[in-house]
Design a protein around this ligand. Structure first.
Ligand code: HEM
Length: 151
């Protein structure tokens, strides 16, 4: 069992399916963030550099493209440190310190992480199997729980 309570098969499922997204880092990040803005009124407005840019034009916006990579790298670090509680808490503390002053809450984070399962399913096809699914449920719960503790 890992620190996040994943079995070896679940951890393998999470890592394999995350790799599919991370191998197309910029595209994955842009897809997830566009969906986040589309589903949550006001979220895009929190980002001064691309506030007000029509959703359909975001993939052509250089600042947004760069941020999509930064965002994916952050999630990659979190997912890669699931078994290293100290590193995970340090990463999350640093991340929350940049979000909390902007008025963001644990619910904002949850609304972002909760987009992952459907996107993983769409991108990974059969590899997003039962172990991957339950592994991701535990992964998201672990990260969301650690975020909540920082508020
Ligand atoms: C999965 C959850 C999230 C991750 C991993 C994440 C990651 C990041 C990272 C790595 C940065 C750059 C921080 C820096 O300056 O070094 C950032 C900035 C920022 N994030 Fe998040 N974020 C998440 C969720 C959200 C959500 C839901 C919002 C809300 C609307 C948000 C709003 C922002 C804003 C406004 C900035 C500053 C952008 C700028 O002006 O440069 N984040 N985020």
């Amino acid at each position: 069992m890992s620190a996040a309570g994943l079995s070896a098969a679940e951890l393998d499922g999470v890592q394999k399916t995350w790799k599919v997204l991370n191998d197309k880092k910029q595209q994955s990040g842009m897809d997830i963030l566009v969906t986040l803005y589309d589903k949550n009124a006001g979220y895009q407005d929190k980002f001064p550099k691309w506030k007000g840019v029509p959703l359909g034009s975001l993939p052509g916006n250089a600042d947004f493209q760069n941020f999509a990579v930064v965002w994916m790298d952050e999630v990659n670090s979190l997912v890669g440190n699931l078994n290293n509680e100290g590193a995970l808490v340090a990463l999350i503390a640093s991340n929350v310190s940049k979000h909390k002053p902007r008025g963001l809450t644990p619910q904002h984070y949850k609304n972002a992480f909760n987009l992952l399962p459907a996107y993983l399913d769409k991108q990974c096809g059969g590899a997003y199997d039962g172990n991957a699914k339950s592994g991701w449920t535990k992964t998201i719960a672990t990260i969301a729980g650690a975020i909540e503790k920082q508020f």
